[in-house]
Design a binder for this molecule. Sequence first.
Ligand SMILES: *[C@@H]1O[C@H](CO)[C@@H](O)[C@H](O)[C@H]1NC(C)=O
Ligand SMILES: *[C@@H]1O[C@H](CO)[C@@H](O)[C@H](O)[C@H]1NC(C)=O
Ligand SMILES: *[C@@H]1O[C@H](CO)[C@@H](O)[C@H](O)[C@H]1NC(C)=O
Ligand SMILES: *[C@@H]1O[C@H](CO)[C@@H](O)[C@H](O)[C@H]1NC(C)=O
Ligand SMILES: [Ca+2]
Ligand SMILES: [Ca+2]
Length: 560
Amino acid sequence: FCLLHLILGPVVVLLVCGLSSVLGEKVYTNQWAVHIPGGPEEADRIASKYGFINHGHVFGDYYNFRHRRVTKRSLSEHRITQVCLEKDPQVSWAEQQVAKQRKKRDVYPNPTDPKFRDQWYLHNDYQRDLNASGAWEQGYTGQGVVVSILDDGIEKNHPDLMQNYDPNASYDVNDGDPDPQPRYTQLNDNRHGTRCAGEVAAVANNGICGVGVAYNAKIGGVRMLDGEVTDMVEAQSLSLNPQHIDVYSASWGPEDDGKTVDGPAKLAKEAFLHGVTEGRGGLGSIFVWASGNGGREKDSCNNGNVPWYSEACSSTLATTYSSGGLNEKQIVTTDLKSKCTDSHTGTSASAPLAAGIIALAWRLSNKNLTWRDMQHLVVRTSQPAHLIANDWRSNGVGRKVSHSYGYGLLNAGAIATLAKTWTNVGPQRKCALTILAESRNIGGHLSINQSVDACFGSGSHVKSLEHVQARLTLSYNRRGNLAIHLISPAGTRSTLLHPRPHDYSSEGFNDWAFMTTHSWDEDPTGAWTLEIENVVGANDYGKVAIKDATFAKGCFSHIV
Ligand SMILES: *[C@@H]1O[C@H](CO)[C@@H](O)[C@H](O)[C@H]1NC(C)=O
Ligand SMILES: *[C@@H]1O[C@H](CO)[C@@H](O)[C@H](O)[C@H]1NC(C)=O
Ligand SMILES: *[C@@H]1O[C@H](CO)[C@@H](O)[C@H](O)[C@H]1NC(C)=O
Ligand SMILES: *[C@@H]1O[C@H](CO)[C@@H](O)[C@H](O)[C@H]1NC(C)=O
Ligand SMILES: [Ca+2]
Ligand SMILES: [Ca+2]
C-alpha cells in the first residue's frame, strides 16, 4: 500500500502544474512537519523508511521532512504518505505543509537614485506624503502618458530627462522652432522649465539625481515664457499637439500683487475649450495650473489676489506640496547644465507634482479616463490630512472642503486604486439659468435668494453637480471692498471673492465667471443664495447683474 504512491507521484505532477495560482486553491508542498518524540536518530530512520529526507529540527521534537518523489507543489494532498506516517507508532503527529499566500509588506523596491531619499514629498515613512509609492507598487508609473511643461524651455539632453524626452510634446513658441532648449544666461534665469520637467518625469533607477513622480512618462517642454507673452503665445502653447499630449502643466500667471484681475483672453479661452472637447480623441486634455502661493501657509489662497485663470479660491480642487517648511527639505529635481538641485521651491513646484500624479492615474491599458473623470478621482481621493485651515467644512455630500486647499492633499496611490475600477461619468450636462435679469443696487449688502429647478424636465437636467459658475457683471466704486458668497441648497457656502484691500479699482467685473467646486456631487435643485457684501461699510455704491448661473459647467482642473 505504502509503495503505491511512488508510481502515482509523478502522474500527479503533470496534472497540477501551473494551475495552482490561477485557481487560488490550497497548494500542497512536498514537506511534512513530523512530531517524533524518539530523538533525531529515530527521525532519520522514519524519514528514510517512507522516502523522505530529514531536513532537521523545526523546534523541540518536530522535524522538517521533504519527500523525494512527491511533487513540490500540488493541488491535491498526498493522502497515502500522510496515512503511512500517521500509522507509524513512533510518529505522534504529521502534517503535509501547505504553501501560504504571503505578500511581502514592502514588495515594491524604492528607486535607487541617489537623491530619492531626499524626496520626502513623494514617499517617506515618517509623515504624510503624496503616496507616490502607493501608485508605483500597483504598476502605475506614467508609462504611455505624455506631459508637457509650458515654461521657459527644457534641457532635453539632461542625463536624467533624456530617456523620457518627447520631441512631439515640445516646441519653441518664442523662437518659432521645434527645439525648446533653454537660452543659457549667467544667472540661469531659464532653469524653471527644466526643474519642473524633472519633477514630473526624471528617470528612475539610473543613478542620477532623484525621480519624477511619473518616472516612466514622456516629457516635453514648450518654450514660451522667454519672450513677450501674448494671448496668441498662450493659446499656441496650450494647444500644442492635443492628440498626443495628455497633460499640460503651467506654473505661471499674472502679477500676484493683490489687485490684478486678469483672465484668459479670447484665443487662450478657445484653446482651453478646444482642449477639453477635442483633445485626446475627445476625452479631453488636462490642464494643471498652480494657483496662489499654494502649500502650507494658512492664508495661502486668501492673500487678496485673484490668480490668473482662477476666479476665486473656491475653484481650487486639490493641493500638493510646493516647498517644505523651515525644517523640511525642498524639492529635488533636475537643473540646468545637467545638474541636480535640492532647492526648488515655491508655487511653481506644485503644478508639476500634480501633473505627475494625474499622469499616474492612467495605465497603458486604460487611458480612457476623461478630463472630468480625472477631476472626480481627485475630489474623491484627496484628503485634508494635516493641512491646517480654519474653514474646513463638510459639504452637502459630507466631503471636507476648504478654500485654501480644495479637497485636500493629492494621494497618488488612492487615485490609482480608484482609477482601476472607475467607469466613465456620463456626458456632461449644462444647465444655465438667468438669476437676475435687471441690475440691482448693492449698497452695503445684497442677498439674492432664488429657487432653481436645475433644468428639470429637459435634457440638461443636472442631478449631481460638478462645477458651478456665477457670471456677474458688477459696477462698484471700490471693487476691493466686496466679498461675494454663494450658498447651495445643501448649505455649502463658497467664497467666490475675498475682499482685496489693495484693489482700489472702480472697474467692477464685466461678465466675470466665478466658479466653485465645493458643491461637487450635490443636488443643485433648491434655493441658492448669492451674497454681496461691502466689508468696509463706507459709503460705497454700485450695481450687479447676474447674467447666468451655470451648473455643472466644466472649466479646467485647477490645482493649488
Ligand atoms: C513624433 O511624431 C512623428 C509624426 O507623427 C512620428 O513619426 C514619430 O515617431 C514621433 N516621435 C516620437 C518620439 O513619438
Ligand atoms: C472607453 O470609453 C468609451 C466611452 O466612454 C467606452 O465606450 C469604452 O467601453 C471604454 N473602454 C474602456 C476600456 O474602458
Ligand atoms: C497609499 O496608496 C495605497 C494604494 O492605494 C493605499 O493602500 C494606502 O492606504 C495609501 N496610503 C495613504 C496614507 O493613504
Ligand atoms: C431662501 O428662500 C427659501 C424659500 O424660498 C428659504 O427656505 C431659505 O431659507 C432662504 N435662504 C436664505 C439664505 O435666505
Ligand atoms: Ca529653439
Ligand atoms: Ca534619476
